[in-house]
Design a protein around this ligand. Structure first.
Ligand code: SF4
Length: 214
């Protein structure tokens, strides 16, 4: 896709979703890290509901590790995969206390070493908690990027690399939110609403459906 088309897409997204931000509620990098771990296969609304209670008492790694796996599992059960999430949150919290003095580290390399923390979670934390430019590729970003043609790839990592190449660094974090919001509201997985999409003039899926059907 040429640069002009990418610029047009970014302009339209910015105009359409000026308020796009992280939908998870958090008061510290640690809370965002835990919320992002909880958000796998779960809605942000559900996570916010669970954490509004959880963080009243357990909002630091030191406090979190006073819970057993079963106790934490009971508190986060409605987020799904609660046994695994509980185990990873506690292991990560222990590591934060032992290796980082209870703080969340600021680099991708250190973050992805933490149990249950992948690139996507690390990107979300880096960008939203520390203001480090990053583009986390979740299911929405992956789908919308491929359909638009703004970044094509068969894996989230490839799409992330393409997006970083095609989008100015100063817009990485905002673009991540724009693409999520667009995927949730218009370019939905099963039935994209191309008829009402402001990006249709620039979209490969819309303009060349014979080539791309995802
Ligand atoms: S035109 Fe259709 S496929 Fe393209 S971004 Fe819009 S909704 Fe998605």
């Amino acid at each position: 896709m040429n640069k002009q088309n990418i610029d047009n897409i970014l302009k339209v997204l910015k105009k359409t979703y000026p308020e796009a931000t992280c939908a998870l509620n958090f008061g510290s990098p640690y809370e965002l890290l835990v919320s992002t771990m909880l958000s796998a296969q779960c809605t942000d609304v559900r996570v916010n509901k669970v954490t509004s209670e959880l963080y009243k008492q357990y909002n630091t790694p030191e406090k979190m590790i006073s819970l057993t796996e079963e106790e934490l599992g009971g508190k986060i059960k409605s987020c799904g995969f609660f046994r695994n999430k509980s185990k990873n949150i506690l292991s990560t919290s222990r590591e934060l206390v032992e290796k980082y003095g209870g703080e969340v580290p600021h680099t991708m390399e250190q973050l992805i070493e933490l149990p249950g923390v992948g690139r996507k979670t690390a990107d979300v934390v880096l960008s939203n908690a520390f203001g480090v430019p990053a583009i986390a590729v979740d299911t929405h970003v992956f789908r919308v990027s491929n359909r638009l043609g703004i970044a094509k790839g068969t894996t989230p990592h490839k799409v992330e690399m393409e997006l970083m190449k095609n989008i100015p660094k100063s817009m990485w974090s905002d673009s991540h939110h724009y693409l999520i919001w667009h995927g949730r509201r218009i370019c939905k997985s099963r039935k994209p609403d191309c008829e009402h999409c402001p990006l249709a003039p620039y979209c490969e899926y819309f303009n060349h459906p014979e080539e791309i059907k995802s």
